[in-house]
Write a protein that binds this ligand. Structure first.
Ligand code: NAI
Length: 338
């Protein structure tokens, strides 16, 4: 089949080519935004990573598209409604090692709780071997609230238990067997917000989860709590984090994802985009506040990024493409209902 693959690293091209021999593949290094004018009338399959938005404009460039194989668990970078209306199926990588993202989330938490970044800076940049300003806090005995007890959330719970933390969780589909096995309890979202010392997000981003934590409910959080987000930026209203840090509600935040993260490196794209919304501009400003804030640890959407996980992601994507080509698609993302 005719495939267009937007890839990130040189070795990926050979890896995929070898495993999809017999298919005609066009490889483009970078994201769909980096190749905004690229069109391919006859492309049937598109393979993208989360840095590639696939919306109305991008889809118009591939009029014969039948399938999108995203090399990610999340699929909020793809306009599923347009794909559904054009009978384009989408496959994703539902699991490539829940430990990979959970380990990073815990790393962010430890970086905040023990000021690891400041410790390293003190020695490396300032040449000082002093503990001044570096006092942190214990995790043992603290309460961590896990939003979303799916694959990654469950692994996060296992690790939190290993650290001697009390675990509470919220999920629209509570898994009571898991709660018994791992020894945690489900509470309401409000109770989780009000009683957690640490809140960690492990939910998909969609219209129901948009701004789950926002400028209205940030005041309900326990004073001095920590927010960790490795799921998607849009789950949290960026302004709420800025407000929380400024008003002392939040002791710190550890984020691997930001709202409008596509514009962080290249804000001129937002400035010159035909209709930059007021909300996008406001979020970009709030992102600046966070990036420069001493109590905010921000990573560049890197939680998935281990040698082992990248290979598992590519292997599953290759299997997804092969399965689609054989007429037996698998790992299909459900189309939106509304
Ligand atoms: P999963 O599908 O195994 O678990 C998600 C859980 O969220 C499920 O238990 C589901 O019932 C629950 N949920 C869904 N909607 C909810 C709502 N409105 N309220 C409460 N609970 C709700 O997903 P998994 O594998 O644990 O991944 C979680 C998220 O992590 C992904 O959606 C993705 O956005 C993000 N992710 C981030 C990566 C990174 O590099 N930063 C890499 C991989 C995933």
């Amino acid at each position: 089949m005719k495939i267009v693959c937007f890839f990130n690293e040189d070795w990926e091209e050979g890896y995929v080519k070898e495993r999809l021999a017999g298919h005609e593949i066009t490889f483009l290094k970078g994201s769909t935004s980096d190749h905004a004018d690229f069109r391919e009338e006859s492309a049937e399959i598109l393979s993208v990573f989360v840095n590639s938005p696939v919306g109305k404009t991008e889809l118009e460039h591939f009029p014969n598209l039948k399938h999108i194989a995203t090399r990610s668990t999340g699929y909020d970078h793809i306009d599923r409604a347009i794909a559904r209306d054009r009978a384009i199926t989408i496959s994703s990588v539902p699991a490539y090692g829940e430990n990979t993202v959970a380990e990073f989330a815990f790393g962010l938490l430890l970086t905040v709780s023990r000021k690891l970044y400041e410790c390293i800076k003190k020695v490396q940049d300032e040449g000082l071997f002093s503990q001044v300003g570096l006092r942190g806090f214990d995790l043992k005995g603290k309460t961590i609230g896990i939003l979303g007890t799916g694959r990654i959330g469950a692994h996060m719970i296992r690790m939190a238990k290993g650290f001697g933390m009390n675990v509470i969780a919220f999920d629209v589909y509570p898994n009571e067997a898991l709660a018994r096995e791992l020894g945690f309890s489900y509470v309401s979202q409000d109770e989780l917000f009000a009683t957690s010392d640490v809140i960690s997000f492990h939910l998909p981003y969609n219209k129901d989860t948009h701004h789950l934590l926002n400028t209205t409910n940030i005041h309900k959080l326990k004073k001095g709590s920590v927010v960790i987000n490795t799921a998607r930026g849009g789950l949290i209203e960026t302004e709420a984090l800025a407000m929380g840090l400024r008003e002392g509600i939040l002791a710190g935040v550890g984020l691997d994802v930001l709202e409008e993260e596509a514009f962080v490196e290249d804000e001129t794209r937002l400035l010159f985009s035909p209709h930059p919304s007021e909300a996008s501009l406001k979020t970009t400003l709030a992102n600046h506040y966070l990036i420069e804030h001493p109590r905010a640890i921000i990573a560049p959407h890197n939680a998935f990024n281990t040698d082992e996980a990248i290979r598992r992601i590519l292997d599953t994507t290759v299997e997804n493409i092969k399965a689609f080509a054989l007429g037996e698609p698998k790992n299909i993302v459900p189309p939106p209902t509304a």
